[in-house]
Design a protein around this ligand. Sequence first.
Ligand SMILES: [Zn+2]
Length: 448
Amino acid sequence: VRFRRFVAGAIGLALLSGCATVEPPAVTGGAAAPPTLAYRIAQSLTTEVGPRLAGTPREAAARDWAVRTLKDLKFTHVRVEPFTFQGWVREREEAAIVSHGNQALAVAALGGSISTPKAGITAPVAFIASYDDLLLAPPGAYAGKIAFVNDRMKAARDGSGYGIAVRKRSRGAIEAAKRGALALVIRSVGTDNTRFPHTGNMNYDKSVKKIPAAAVSNADADQIERLNAMGMPVQLKLTLKTRAVPNAPSGNVVADIMGVEKPQEIVLLAAHLDSWDLGPGAIDDATGVAIVTAAALKAAGPEMKPKRTIRVVLYGAEEVGVHGGDAYAKAHASDLKNHVMATEADFGTGRVWRFASKASAADLPFFDSVAAGLRDLGVERGNNESSGGADIAVLGKAGVPIVGLTQDGTTYFDYHHTANDTLDKVDAAALEQNVEVYARVARAFANR
Ligand SMILES: [Zn+2]
């Protein structure tokens, strides 16, 4: 198995024929089942393309893979809708505690961070217990120091710990710089206790000095926390080399299963094709790609004749600023009124347990009936305030009806944006529950 795992070319062929080159994980409580279409898609993308950072040749390879795969699966009008954006790549990242020997830390630059000077930044650490404490500090509080923000993210089934924890990543460099810090280092936004640092996008503000920003793994953050608790001054050295890429090329891959009665009306199933550069992005978001692609086919049925068009959009450049979501909304602005429903899969492979929506009052009874049709799969009715997902939130704001299918995200943030987001994290049985849920929803709206 180990050897055959590397026969990459054969996997692409196996996608259609169903003869997998790699045995799937055993299904709990039974004999190993043959790998499903969704599993084979996730396997093919993560293995043949691997890491696919937006704007790089690897994201272009993912688009080629997607066009090939969707054509092979008999989607029509398979095309790339290109756009460009301000890209970014990491080249080198190192950090160490230099006040107690020279202890190397597992570190990752945050997406968009500037470089440090070539020789790195060596400075005392300002230990900041939480992002809220950072906000309370007065101007100049961290002058000449590396600001270290320590809050821990809490695991939750609905992933609700993320919104609070991610503030230090997205805005920490701005707030630390306002207070004089030379650089920002954060405890990873993640719920594991490993030495895998979590990357992710960060922001600057035009009116505030830019400082370099990085995350250390949770286990490394513990080390800094312990030294601080012992009352020992900590000194860090941080060296980052990154590069901005102006006009980086990206694109959304769009594919249809044409409706036979109202082809102009569209049911949109979304996922994103790009991943962070550190790993192959299995649960973020190869499984989303797999779920919506397999679900579209299942919803259309063997005849491939839904009443309305079922469209799969595999978005580009989501991780680095949701550029694909904006590009699709712009390119299809005049046609959004024909989008009868949009939903997205971008939360791993945990089982779907909640159906949320954003529907008009007149439409709610229909949405309720679709949700009721998922009860046997363990799905409960959620509220009517769903954004649906990062890429399609802009569609919801423009009035497109939204379905938000909440997956069990209890372990999602153990791997999110790390090198450890690999295919072995995919729960094959839960993946199929996802496909069934998304297929039933797509079918209900397509054949309404
Ligand atoms: Zn994602």
